[in-house]
Ligand binder design. Sequence first.
Ligand code: GAL
Length: 680
Amino acid sequence: MNKYMSEKRFLHGGDYNPDQWLNYPEILEKDIELMQKANTNTFSIGMFSWATLEPEEGQFNFEWLDKIMDDIAGIGGNVILSTPSGARPAWMSHKYPEVLRTNERREKMLHGGRHNHCFSSPVYREKIAIINKLLAERYKNHPALLMWHISNEYSGECHCDYCQANFRQWVKDKYKTLDEVNYAWWGPFWSHTITDWDQIESPSPIGENAVHGLNLDWKRFVTDQTIDFYEHEIKDIRQITPDIPITTNFMADTDDLIPFQSLDYAKFSQHVDIISWDCYPAWHNDWGTTADLASKVGFINDQYRSLKQKPFLIMESTPSGVNWHKVNKTKRPGMHLLSSLQFIAHGSDSNLYFQWRKSRGSSEKFHGAVVDHDNSENNRVFREVSLVGEVLEKIQEVKTSDKHAKVAMIYDWENKWALDDAQGFGLETKRYPHTLQDHYRYFWDRDIEVDVVTKEHDLSKYKLVIIPMLYMIDESTMIKLQEYVHSGGILVSTYLTGLVNESDLTYLGGWPEPLQELFGISVLETDTYYPSQYNQITFLDGTTVETKDYQSVIDLLSAKTLASYEKDFYAGTPAVTVNTFGKGQAYFIGARTEVSSLNTIYDAIIEEFDLSNPFVVNGNPVVSVQSRTKNNQDYYFVMNFSEHPQSITVKEETVDIISGETQGKNISLPVYGVKVLKRR
Ligand code: GAL
């Protein structure tokens, strides 16, 4: 069993940059003392240390790292050792400008910042291979080495000549002939027919992004190219340390925590041993409630867990505030424990921070950290971190447990790219990832566990599968969905589904036939509204709700109408339908409603197919209940995401494993309160 598997503790600690403090030995000593006081055990080191590790070309300096690794081993701690490719030494950019990235306007970038190297540069690949191999050989038997952290937050793209040549080769490998390229990219449109491989280039930023097939393939290439670079980085590491797991830290996009856009993480996740990611919710903001944000945190953590269908790691989070939100507000008392346990509740086996110690200079000197510039344990943030460490020790038995959802939602990266490109509909109202968050919210409010999977996952273990806005869908997915429903699955889809194939070419001859058979309808038109316009739909029981943005005009084939439009030229026609297909049912939600109206559709499904949370008797939308299960033991995380005391009622008495006390069926929680319960 490797060290990671035998580590019983939740990982608690974070990014540690001792290379910034080598001239302050007393600080490095203090770090070791404070690590113990903070109840931390795991540190990620080296992601930005290249200039310290290799101060001159070919001259290596590992002694400082030896000492830090030994010191951490000395307190029984772990090191997640990083490869340093996220930022390079100035000598390298100076001597080999090819390592610098070229932007989409074909301008060579200057040295500076980070995360901006070329993924193709032979020199960069050679230099990183050398240092990664030295690191692996030097530390392969080190008692502190727990895991590899490859680079840092891979992202971005390079448009240099090397990358163009690689893209060209990628296109050649995919299509074999120029005829096939021109077919997939709809060449004759605006005279974009290609007559020589050399004419193929990454999309030009000046040109209205007109060739959608090219845009899509470029994005696919960028993912493949980044994975190829990652595979290059781990080649020797894997061989030298076959038992040490490898990860790289993923991200989310925007303050709304939607899945990171520019890389297809579904693909990338197949190359890492464990998914780890960096989660920075803007708690206490002025645009939504705490529960609004908590639901989004739940969504994305469920997604990153579901990609590999196993526990993941929070590689970075902040104990207080960050430095890059528009407003960098610190967590109110209690929020740190609550938000840390929320990660665990959704399947994380860690809470690691950026950063262990606040740096003294440069752009992250005011970013939250466990150790502040006061260099002391006597402050609120430090105490809250120590408390999290204490609680993680108490709930240690939960580590490695899994989650078992009966409901899944499908998110598809390529679909997001294609939908964003689609010029039509509402240019600002498509909101594909937000629509998934909206549907997820219905379930989060009711404490129903959800996996967020891809269309490639096995769907047969789910009772209900939801595929909002799957605009780009290939025929094999249509058949897979048919098979899922045919053998008893419940499927829900929505407006803007089934319009283009995997090359972003529209389907000819009406809505695709396999979808017509499955849903028992044909979608004739999608009517797009201005943001202030509304239609209304009325359900069979007389309930009426407003619809907005998108209204599908539907022709009923074998389906049954559940709700019809009240207004516009399609008044009286179906808006929501259900079709029996084999042993299952396929629902189609033709129009967008407010989130709060989704209950008119989902309540009946939840009841009919018995999907409600069996533990919760009287739930509360701002109290989230999430469970993890191990060896038939269920653990319930009960979390109050509100600024008021709250309560819920559950089916049975439990034991609170944080306090050790018996917990009755009525559970009361203070502001931001959290309990971890298990069956007696
Ligand atoms: C992450 C990054 C860290 C640090 C952090 C600040 O995106 O990986 O190195 O910059 O953000 O929040």
